[in-house]
Design a protein around this ligand. Structure first.
Ligand SMILES: *[C@@H]1O[C@H](CO)[C@@H](O)[C@H](O)[C@H]1NC(C)=O
Ligand SMILES: *[C@@H]1O[C@H](CO)[C@@H](O)[C@H](O)[C@H]1NC(C)=O
Ligand SMILES: *[C@@H]1O[C@H](CO)[C@@H](O)[C@H](O)[C@H]1NC(C)=O
Ligand SMILES: *[C@@H]1O[C@H](CO)[C@@H](O)[C@H](O)[C@H]1NC(C)=O
Ligand SMILES: *[C@@H]1O[C@H](CO)[C@@H](O)[C@H](O)[C@H]1NC(C)=O
Length: 534
């Protein structure tokens, strides 16, 4: 738009006589006015704007009245127009969503997913998307707060959780974006991890027309299997009793033994397992010898405790031996995690899923769920939330892409579930990895726990990190942009180990089924000394 033209319209506007269109990239004097007018522009029967506001770069945004289980603050990284909407999805359900429209717009659209049993807008992802110039949307996934009570006798709320919050926020978000910038977006992306990873695969499997590029991490897919598996830890712990679980005094020794048995398998003794699927941890090696300290201060374990460890690290089988969910891949720290997450009471997500979504009985005793209940969950599978189709042919044929990653120190969702899904896709579509490479690539990220953190090079740009790189070789979101827009697909993902704001080292994370191996006499901190091999 010609400069003189905008100066003129700005002057007219000062007199209150106009509505200045925002220029195509979001810059220019129309930005503020368009933002103020946005509520009127996008209102419709099912779309109720709650407010729109300009938020300038550096603002510490604190969202009032959020459920206490939700993160309510984030630093807004760039100038945005922020729009909050209440969207009706059925007579008995609604989705709260926000669209963040950056002043400096890249022409791209992005939807973001949720975590856990959902109920919280992921403000950190909104910030991340906006900082990179995406018009970005996020929703509460159809209910407020990290619990499942709203599922009770309401299949519509489950449907929002299963997929409709994403399809809705994508449709409304794209519409808002086009109206605001007066120009449709160029490409649409999706970013999510955990439940967000499942939502991404739901889109890939059943709604492949919505996104051009999907980045999905640590997916909670095979959701019925996952909920059964998550609930089993509590059941095991209850059944073996307090002296059946290795005491805290033994946990460091368990980690040390696990590393002694498996750390060298990738050629590097560095505390990080590059391929935990190769680790057949043998806890019997820790059984107490005569004279060892036993009881509450033991660093060795009893035979019964070794059996419990084996149960923790075993796959889940259902009725008649049906394989439901793979084992937890061994990783240092698994004992404190399991003891912390599953000891006192049934895991909240499993508890609520069975009570409110599956059995509609708030008084259901979920402490001892077993094969009958798991089978019921699989058969019932409300609104197809299981998310486990291996057929990505529609996505492939329209040229959309999926980048899948999973942290190998993830104890909340086993990375083995991701390996298993990739193999399912390969079999279902009867395609080798080189064919799948055209639209679906999966990277195993060593040293990453659930979606972030961990002991290794886990900074990969899957969420905002102060010290993260934007280089597509080191940033999965920008890698996806390059794949979609330039046709250049990532061969590997380079992760960074960042300590106190400084990069300690970088490491290559290989494309499944390849695994990372350190060459003879190699330096684990030198990425060049590693090779992706079969
Ligand atoms: C935001 O969350 C924090 C921590 O839960 C809480 O202390 C604070 O009161 C909340 N602020 C608002 C405005 O709701
Ligand atoms: C959203 O709209 C629904 C249906 O009109 C209403 O029940 C709900 O309270 C609204 N939520 C908010 C936060 O305004
Ligand atoms: C679930 O969340 C709602 C909304 O925050 C809260 O009122 C309720 O007490 C929670 N229920 C349980 C069982 O956690
Ligand atoms: C365990 O060790 C602590 C500290 O050394 C000691 O106070 C305690 O009595 C010991 N407990 C048992 C059961 O040996
Ligand atoms: C398990 O076996 C029983 C008895 O043979 C059969 O009735 C049932 O349908 C089987 N269930 C599954 C899930 O295969």
């Amino acid at each position: 738009m010609a400069k003189n033209n905008s100066i003129l319209s700005a002057a007219v506007c000062l007199l209150g006589l106009c509505s200045i269109p925002v220029s195509a990239d979001g810059r220019g004097p129309g930005f503020e006015k368009s933002c103020r007018n946005l509520e009127k522009t996008v209102k419709s029967k099912n779309v109720k704007p709650l407010f729109s506001e300009l938020v300038s770069a550096g603002t510490q945004l604190v969202v009032p009245d959020l459920d206490a289980s939700c993160q309510n603050s984030t630093t807004v990284p760039v100038d945005i127009c922020r729009l909050s909407l209440n969207v009706t999805t059925s007579a008995t359900s609604d989705v709260l969503m926000e669209v963040w429209l950056p002043k400096d717009w890249s022409g791209r659209f992005m939807a973001t997913g949720n975590g856990g049993i959902a109920g919280c807008v992921d403000y950190a992802s909104l910030s991340y998307g906006a900082s990179l110039g995406f018009a970005t949307t996020g929703s509460n996934n159809g209910h407020s707060g990290q619990n499942g009570t709203r599922f009770l006798n309401n299949l519509e709320v489950i449907k929002d959780y299963s997929y409709r919050a994403i399809t809705t926020s994508a449709a409304v978000g794209k519409d808002v974006t086009a109206k605001f910038y007066r120009k449709a977006h160029k490409k649409a992306y999706y970013l999510g991890c955990s439940t967000g990873g499942r939502q991404g695969f739901k889109m890939a499997q059943d709604f492949p027309e919505i996104f051009d590029g999907i980045v999905a991490g640590a997916p909670a897919f095979n959701f019925q299997g996952l909920m059964a598996w998550s609930g089993r830890f509590h059941t095991i712990i209850s059944a073996v009793g307090p002296d059946g679980v290795p005491p805290p005094s033994s946990w460091a020794a368990i980690d040390a033994e696990l590393l002694a048995q498996c750390d060298h398998l990738d050629g590097a003794v560095d505390g990080i397992l590059e391929d935990p699927s190769m680790c057949n941890f043998r806890p019997e090696a820790l059984i107490c010898k005569p004279g060892d300290t036993t009881g509450a201060n033991a660093t060795c374990i009893t035979g019964k405790q070794a059996d419990t460890v084996r149960q923790f690290l075993s796959p889940l089988y259902g009725l008649n031996g049906t394989y439901l969910y793979p084992r937890l891949e061994p990783a240092p720290g698994f004992m404190p995690f399991i003891a912390g997450a599953y000891t006192a009471q049934q895991f909240l997500y499993t508890d609520h899923w069975y009570k409110y979504a599956l059995y509609n009985d708030p008084n259901l005793d979920t402490s001892n769920l077993g094969p009958e209940q798991w089978d019921y969950a699989y058969k019932n599978d409300p609104t197809g939330v299981r998310t486990y189709s291996g057929d990505l042919s529609k996505l492939a044929s329209r040229g959309a892409k999926v980048l899948h990653y999973h942290g190998l120190e993830d104890i909340l969702i086993s990375s083995a579930s991701s390996n298993r899904y990739y193999d399912l896709v390969s079999r279902t579509m009867s395609m080798s990895s080189s064919e799948l490479d055209n639209f679906y690539r999966y990277f195993r990220v060593s040293g990453m726990s659930h979606c972030r953190g961990g002991s290794g090079a886990s900074v990969i740009g899957n969420n905002f990190q102060q010290d993260g790189s934007l280089d597509p070789t080191e940033n999965v979101l920008m890698a996806m942009v390059k794949w979609v827009e330039e046709g250049v697909a990532p061969e590997a993902v380079i992760g960074s180990r960042v300590v106190d704001g400084k990069t300690d080292y970088k490491r290559i994370h290989c494309k499944y089924p390849l695994r990372n191996v350190l060459g003879f006499n190699g330096d684990p901190k030198n990425p060049e000394d590693w090779t992706c091999t079969l």
